[in-house]
Structure formats: structure tokens, C-alpha cells
Design a binder for this molecule. Structure first.
Ligand code: HAM
Length: 426
């Protein structure tokens, strides 16, 4: 019988990688605090309707990519493909409109999309998601873009490209759709089958299709920003000027329409040159009608999500600094049953003092225990052999310098505490 493997498109994040993720989360948490966003943990599955109504029936995500099943109670349930719809659902469900607006929330966790797996694209992937709900101010859009850039700046990511666009609103988009359909009509048969299908239902998506033939057809397609209503146009000017105030490096990309139907006004993406085809590390925008589409009252909102796997991949490619890899600092080596008992007690004391420490559980020889300590990268080995048992002392070996001294337990703990303090201040 062959052994069971993880399903296609999902990954185990093992210790060799997970500490890098922890660094990304630590930095994100700090940035969230500095920008006034509070953390929430939302369910991994929701009623399917939340996404079909919120994200949009005609999107690839809803049409082709959702993990949907019927639960034992006969309800249709979907593993969340994204977080914005859940965030807005939670805002409405908990009456957050009564709080000071905008309500600024963030969350991190796994999302699920049945996509074709490739580098940087998985069926279970993690997002860092930030949402500011309850304000139309273009400066909130600016804040959200700035926040995403601040995370990447603190992570040391370089060479990022920020692209923004405005996709209009239900007032101006119908006119744009008509103009776009008229433009595309003479070349309809040159489009890929998916785009031909999109022509009636969702023609905007045709302009960000990656197929070379579709790209050629849409080369000189009319631009959304030329057909914005006054409100959307003013809003876009506000976002652009806010970004200029911050000195942000960005470009307007008329092809950027994003794959989720809830977007209104601002759409943006941040691309990394180090990722190949799946080069978007972050995407977001405004969704002023999302709350209404899931049955709430009109509530404007804006946010973004960044893919954790893609962030870590680009950081690895760029040789970025992930901080210090956590390791065991002190190893207690002991010989004999009585010494092991003492080792267990000292280990307990060290851990009470928040000093990372470990001991042998494999009945190894003293020599093999030193080797194990070395493999763990321990800075000190505390030895309890026959002599130490008799004298009630401990021998402390500094593994970097090779210095070794025999001390009382109090003296030993003192050295280890000081070493720990200096490590933490580094
Ligand atoms: P999205 O563009 O679908 O937007 O996803 C955001 C980011 O998640 C992408 O830029 C990418 O880094 C990552 N990502 C998406 N799909 C995958 C995948 N299959 N494998 C690995 N990483 C992936 C949204 O999800 C919106 N909810 C963002 C948003 C928040 N808009 C407003 N607020």
C-alpha cells in the first residue's frame, strides 16, 4: 500500500520555513498596531451564498475555484476563497456600524481556491488581510496602500511595482461596459473561449486576460478612467494626490480590473519581479457595494490581501533578512539516572526563567549529547556527571569559546540569565 501524501496544491510549512513565516507575522502585527488595525479571527468556512453574492457569480473564483460541499444539515458550505466578504459579514453581524468609523480590522489565515498549482499558486494559501470599513474618504484608500507598502518596507522587500486603477461604480460602469463591448465586437472571434464567454456577462475581465491573443485585441481598449462619473473621478484624483503627498512610487494601469466583482473605484496591485508568472504579492481596492450585496445597508470599504507564500518566496529570492532563527540556547547533558533527575529539575527551572533549553530523551552517551547540543546550535551545555552529583555543582561549557567552569547552580543560572538578556537585546 502506498503511503498517503498531502493533496495536490497544498503544502506543509515545516520548521525550516515556519520561522520565516513567524517573522512575516510579527512584522505585520507591528504595522497593524501602528496603523490602528485590530486583529480578528474569522471562520474558515461560511455559507456559500456569502461568496456567490459577495464576490460575484460570474467571477472565476465563484464559478470554478470554490471548495463547496453540503454539510450534514443539508446547507451549502464553502471553504473561504478570500476574506473581504467574511470581514464585511462580520462587521454587519456584530453591528460595527455603531462603532467609530472606519472600523479597521485585519486577519491572517488560510484561503482555498481550486486553481492549477504552480510556483506561488496553491490550493490552500495564506493571506494577510486588512480592511477599513465605513468610510469613503480617498485617504483611507491611500492609507491601505501605504500600509501594504510599509509591511513590505519593514520586511526589506525591494523592487516592487505599485499599479492602481479605478474601475468605476454601478453609475458609470454600465456605460463603460457598452463602450468596451462595441470596441471588442469586431474581434470577438479572436478572443479565447473564456473571454468570449465573458463578453456578455463580465466584459471588464477581458482586459486583464493574460492570453496573448486577447491581449493583442485589447491593446488599445478604451480606459475605465475615461468613463468615470464625477464622484468616481474625484475620488481617483484624491487617491492619486494622497499617494503623491506620501511620495509613493506608483503607476496607473488601465488594464487592472481585478478578478472579484465587488470592486468599485480604486483597484490596486503590488507586483514583485522575483516571482515569475504569479507575481502579485498583494491586491486590493474599494468595495462600496459589497455590504449591500450580502444583505446589509450601504457601507463603503477598502482593503487588501497579501499572499504569505509569495512574500516569503520573494524574500528568499532577494536574500532578505528574516531575523534570528529560534533555537535552543542551553542543553543539559547528564550521565546516569540520578543525574538525569537533577537535569530534569534544572531544565524546569531554566524554562521558568524563559531560557530556551532542552535535554536528552534518547538515552545517549555524554559524547552524543554534546553532539546533539551542537546540532541544535546550543550556546551552553550544562553537564551533570558523577562528579557534579557528588559535589552538588554543575559544569557549564560555553560552546562558542570552549570555556568550561564548574559552579554552584546559582552561579550557573546567573551566567545563563545574563547570556539570555544579552541575546534578547541583540
Ligand atoms: P486576490 O487578488 O484574489 O484578492 O488575492 C490577494 C493576494 O493573495 C494575491 O495578490 C496573492 O498574493 C495571494 N493569492 C491569491 N491566490 C493565491 C493562490 N492560489 N496561491 C497563493 N497566493 C495567492 C483578494 O483575495 C481580495 N479579497 C483582496 C482584498 C481585500 N480586496 C479588498 N480587501
Amino acid at each position: 500500500m502506498s503511503s498517503i501524501k498531502a493533496p495536490r496544491g497544498v503544502r506543509d510549512i515545516l520548521p525550516e520555513e515556519s520561522w520565516k513565516w513567524a517573522h512575516v507575522f510579527d512584522v505585520t502585527r507591528q504595522v497593524a498596531r501602528d496603523f490602528g488595525y485590530r486583529e480578528v479571527h474569522l471562520p474558515i468556512f461560511e455559507y456559500t451564498e456569502l461568496f456567490s453574492r459577495g464576490v460575484g457569480e460570474t467571477t472565476d473564483v465563484v464559478e470554478k475555484e470554490m471548495y463547496t460541499f453540503t454539510d450534514r444539515g443539508g446547507r451549502s458550505i464553502t471553504l473561504r476563497p478570500e476574506l473581504s466578504a467574511s470581514m464585511v459579514r462580520s462587521y454587519l453581524e456584530h453591528g460595527m456600524s455603531r462603532q467609530q468609523q472606519p472600523v479597521k480590522l485585519w486577519s491572517a489565515g488560510p484561503m482555498f481556491r481550486y486553481e492549477r498549482p504552480q510556483k506561488g499558486r496553491y490550493r490552500q494559501f495564506w493571506q494577510l488581510d486588512f480592511e477599513a470599513i465605513g468610510s469613503q474618504d480617498p485617504y483611507v484608500d491611500v492609507e491601505v496602500i501605504d500600509l501594504s507598502l510599509e509591511i513590505f518596507r519593514r520586511l526589506g522587500l525591494k523592487g516592487l511595482e505599485v499599479k492602481i486603477n479605478s474601475v468605476g461604480c454601478p453609475v458609470c460602469r454600465p456605460l463603460y461596459r457598452d463602450v468596451l463591448r462595441d470596441f471588442l465586437k469586431p474581434n470577438l472571434e479572436k478572443l479565447c473561449p473564456s473571454c468570449r464567454d465573458r463578453y456578455d456577462r463580465n466584459p471588464l475581465r477581458i482586459i486583464d486576460c493574460k492570453n496573448p491573443e486577447c491581449k493583442a485585441v485589447t491593446e488599445n481598449a478604451p480606459r475605465t478612467i475615461d468613463y468615470l462619473c464625477e464622484e468616481c473621478s474625484e475620488h481617483f484624483v484624491g487617491v492619486e494626490s494622497g499617494l503623491r503627498v506620501l511620495g509613493a512610487d506608483f503607476s496607473v494601469d488601465n488594464r487592472l480590473v481585478r478578478g472579484l466583482d465587488y470592486y468599485t473605484k480604486t483597484a490596486y496591485e503590488i507586483l514583485s519581479g522575483d516571482l515569475g508568472a504569479q507575481n502579485a504579492v498583494c491586491g486590493g481596492g474599494r468595495y462600496d457595494n459589497l455590504a449591500e450585496s450580502i444583505g446589509g445597508k450601504h457601507t463603503p470599504g477598502v482593503g487588501f490581501a497579501a499572499g504569505v507564500e509569495r512574500i516569503v518566496l520573494s524574500m528568499e529570492q532577494q536574500g532578505s533578512d528574516f531575523g534570528l532563527q529560534p533555537k535552543t540556547d542551553v542543553y543539559i547533558a547528564s550521565a546516569g539516572e540520578e543525574a538525569r533527575e537533577r537535569a530534569l529539575k534544572i531544565l524546569h527551572e531554566l524554562r521558568n526563567l524563559c531560557i530556551s533549553s532542552d535535554m536528552d530523551y534518547q538515552d545517549r552517551s555524554l559524547k552524543a549529547q554534546f553532539k546533539a547540543a551542537n546540532n541544535m546550535g546550543a550556546e551552553y551545555v550544562c553537564v551533570i556527571g558523577e562528579d557534579e552529583l557528588k559535589s552538588g555543582m554543575v559544569t557549564l561549557k560555553n560552546m562558542n569559546s570552549g570555556d568550561q567552569q564548574t559552579l554552584t547552580l546559582e552561579e550557573g543560572l546567573d551566567i545563563l540569565k545574563r547570556a539570555e538578556l544579552s541575546r534578547k537585546s541583540r
